[in-house]
Design a protein around this ligand. Structure first.
Ligand code: PLP
Length: 447
């Protein structure tokens, strides 16, 4: 007889399942539950301070002086609560292209949000978190064949389209799909005009309805996108009115739509250019209620809204160049050029792709910590550059800054949307790493 130890924690079960199958199962399980990093509970200020304090100048080869992010998941959580309070009828499907950060994704999945995916990999990332396929909308109107097949095999039914060719593709590859017609709306009052590429003009809608009818496809409703970085709240109201017209038009083709997707374009929490989420909600909510009965399911695809204000980037001044000019020019031309360790090819791609203006602020100067503080020092004009060898890599051509030395630090707020997601490793510079904290304790129960 073999004595069984009291504290034995596992037993080896003889099995007929081949080893490679077992290994595959373990691998799949691990992919489903990747070890998520720790979530701190300190303030963003304390996180920045602690990280800077931990840098030992003697061990710089360990790259502790790399640029880094502090992400406040509490900010994502507050944005979710705000959404629920102001647009309770509209279900958010997070547009993950904006920032597919695994911690943000996990939190939003746990809070019950859906996801707007544009590719096979994005769909797979959501399914791997254990999210039901019914909580995904494949919101790319122009899809690769094999991706459509992947959606079908994995039970993802909702998808958008805006042209007849796509209808034929879907009829062939995913005939049971629940199709959403993306219409063109006025995007002239937005930073990124998505209408250049997507959206069916209203004079093509009849043809599309007729085509899908003849193909026997299941159309469920309408979607639109007013443009990313929309700065006119009225654009949402006008788009909803257009969508209502298409609902009525569809009736003539025997379609009784019950799904409206009001897209993305919602401002993030920090936006000051006249538009606020409150303003958008104040127009969008009542317009939807006035034009669509309670039997219509309404969803949205916010991206920027959730993450824009949640990420702060800290960068080190790695080099400085003094520009020698006549004293006369001092008030017009930068007198110094600062080179920092993240740039246009990394996090600051948002300057080119997302038309952002990124304002540097002093985080550490001569050993003195300055997050959200005024240094009360004389300021001069300076330009700020990224670390690569390309001259396009300019973050700010002209900023007012006190005189800085190399090893001082700058920080940039509101760096959560369309930054890391499109960062490259051009010239061998790594993407900036992220440290997570939450300023809302409730977030911890989701991890
Ligand atoms: C990019 C995108 C979004 C998100 O836009 P935001 O302006 O970040 O809210 C939503 N839907 C679609 C189809 C998109 O392409």
């Amino acid at each position: 007889m073999i004595a069984v130890q009291e504290d034995q924690q596992f037993e080896v079960v003889p099995t007929l399942v081949p080893l490679h199958v077992l290994k595959a199962r373990v691998k799949a399980q691990m992919a489903r539950n990747p070890a998520l990093p720790e979530v701190d509970t300190r303030s963003v200020c304390e996180m920045l301070q602690a990280r800077l304090a931990s840098i030992d100048p003697e061990t710089e080869d360990a790259e502790a002086d790399n640029a880094f992010y502090v992400a406040d998941l509490g900010e994502v959580y507050r944005q979710h609560l705000r959404w629920k309070a102001l647009l309770p009828r509209i279900q958010p499907f997070f547009a993950m292209k904006c920032n597919p950060d695994p911690m943000v994704m996990h939190l939003l999945a746990s809070l019950g949000a859906g996801f707007d995916c544009a590719s096979k990999n994005e769909i797979q990332a959501v399914l791997d978190m254990g999210v039901d396929p019914s909580r995904i909308i494949y919101a790319n109107p122009c899809k690769q064949n094999s991706f459509v097949k992947y959606a079908r095999t994995n039970g993802v039914k909702m998808m958008t389209f805006d042209n007849a060719e796509e209808l034929h593709k879907i009829a062939r590859l995913h005939p049971d799909a629940h199709l959403v017609l993306r219409i063109l709306t006025d995007d002239s009052k937005s930073l990124c005009k998505l209408g250049l590429k997507f959206g069916a003009p209203l004079d093509t809608v009849d043809h599309l309805l007729e085509t899908s009818r003849s193909l026997g496809l299941n159309l469920i409703g309408v979607s639109f996108h007013v443009g990313s970085g929309c700065f006119d709240a009225h654009a949402f109201g006008e788009a909803v009115i257009r969508a209502r017209r298409v609902f009525d038009q569809a009736k003539e083709y025997g379609y009784d739509f019950d799904f409206l997707d009001v897209g993305g374009g919602f401002p993030s929490a920090h936006i000051t250019e006249g538009i606020t989420f409150e303003k958008v909600a104040g127009i969008l909510g009542p317009t939807v209620d006035a034009l669509f009965g309670p039997e219509i399911r309404v969803v949205a695809e916010p991206g920027r809204y959730y993450v824009g204000s949640a990420f702060t980037l800290a960068t080190q001044v790695i080099a400085r160049r003094t520009v020698h000019r006549d004293a006369v020019d001092q008030n017009e031309f930068p007198s110094h050029m600062y080179y920092i360790n993240d740039g246009m090819y990394g996090s600051f791609n948002c300057i080119m792709f997302d038309h952002q203006v990124c304002e540097p602020k002093v985080l550490l100067r001569d050993g003195q910590f300055g997050y959200k503080q005024d240094f009360m020092l004389p300021e001069g004009l300076a330009s700020v550059w990224g670390p690569t060898c390309d001259s396009i890599d300019c973050i700010s051509p002209k900023s007012r800054l006190p005189l800085l030395e190399t090893r001082d630090w700058l920080y940039f707020e509101n760096m959560g949307a369309y930054t890391i997601t499109a960062a490259s490793q051009f010239n061998g510079f790594r993407k900036s790493e992220i440290q997570y904290t939450t300023t809302e304790k409730e977030v911890l129960i989701h991890f």
